[in-house]
Design a protein around this ligand. Sequence first.
Ligand code: ARG
Length: 462
Amino acid sequence: MAEKMWAGRFAAAESKIAEEFNSSIAVDARMYREDIEGSMAHAAMLGAKQIISASDSALIIKTLGEILDDLDSGKIKPDESAEDIHMYVEAELTARIGEVGKRLHTARSRNDQVAVDLRLYLRRAVGEIRALLRENVEVLTKLADAHKQTIMPGYTHLQRAQPITFGHHLMAYVMMLIRDDGRLCDAVKRMNRSPLGACALAGTTYDTDREMTAKALGFDAPMLNSLDAVSDRDHCVELASAFAVLCMHLSRLAEEILLWSSSEFDFIELSDAFTTGSSIMPQKKNSDMAELIRGKTGRVYGNLIATLTMLKGLPLAYNKDMQEDKEAIFDSVDTVKMCLSVLAPMLDSMEVHPDVMYRAAQGGFINATDLADYLTKRGMPFRAAYKTVGQIVAYAIEHHVVLDEIPLETYQGYSELFCEDLYGEIKLETCVEKRKSLGGTSAAAFAAEYAYATDFLRGQGK
Ligand code: ARG
């Protein structure tokens, strides 16, 4: 850039290193479209309110459209020596139409401008992320439906606990992702207010129409306090937080995928397309993508903490510290997009091993609760039944058998309530099918969660 916008006030040029330190264009250039859209709305309002002439307004809008086309097509690139994208677009405009371009910044400041740009950018980014999130819900729901009767061990403390279906297990993640979508919508609802027209901090002496620009840019309303409008970054915090929670969910699923694909579990096998080999161990098939989803969650948490910490000591209104907001939230946006983009096809292409899951469910006495329930339903108090079954489990461990293999006479030695029908009651299929309570693991209860998920996918998420 030849001359600084503020050259009038300054005698000496800025030091090179200070200029570099101050520059944000490498980060904010990605908002060029939003910057231009915001400027077009502003120019239209200036013209409508006769703050600038109708012909100047029209020329500014037309030229901004041309600049946008040239940036989109790659014909021009944001000048890295401009301080930020706002300075760049204005300089480009002025280079094309001279004096008229210099009228655009009337009744506006970069403080409200950057606030508008970021809200518009994030609104679009959230739309893209929600579409990716939806794809993941779709893949998980489809997979869950295909496995609503696939029996596997359910775990607590990572110890085999009770039999569940693989479909029910996957559906738990669908519920998490649907809540994540709700959090994103919620944040956007509060974010979708226009700061444009708040100017530097105090509003303006011009007779502007903030309703008009808010409407043109698709905001629900203008923000009502000019100081708040230029210094509010709650939306960055809320979105960074929603992204952190979302990544926490993805990371938990990634961790399970890693466990399940290990030889020790062998419940699933990821496709070759989503695994890597080792440079030294020829037998290895590593689940790098799942590990990266888990690993990248750390930086997404970091971005939230960085933003909260950046904001906590700031007096009103705008402070340059706030320029740091974008690097953090853009990194979270990019990371979340990547994680969601890789997860859906990875899940879609993985191979499930129902036989291995079933065998695992046969070990670990995971039908012991059902055996205790058997006694309870025949009159024994639950605590007594629990103790009796504990003794039977100890017997089974000692004799290297599972509960289904113990003879009836042995059972009757522990309690006279035991009859032949106990074997049917403790079959894994029965254990799963009988858990019909709302939200339970049976195929019957699955129907409700499946309906909830398909409802969401139809765009009627509750
Ligand atoms: N690059 C700045 C940012 O991202 C734009 C706003 C600059 N405003 C100012 N008064 N220096 O925050």
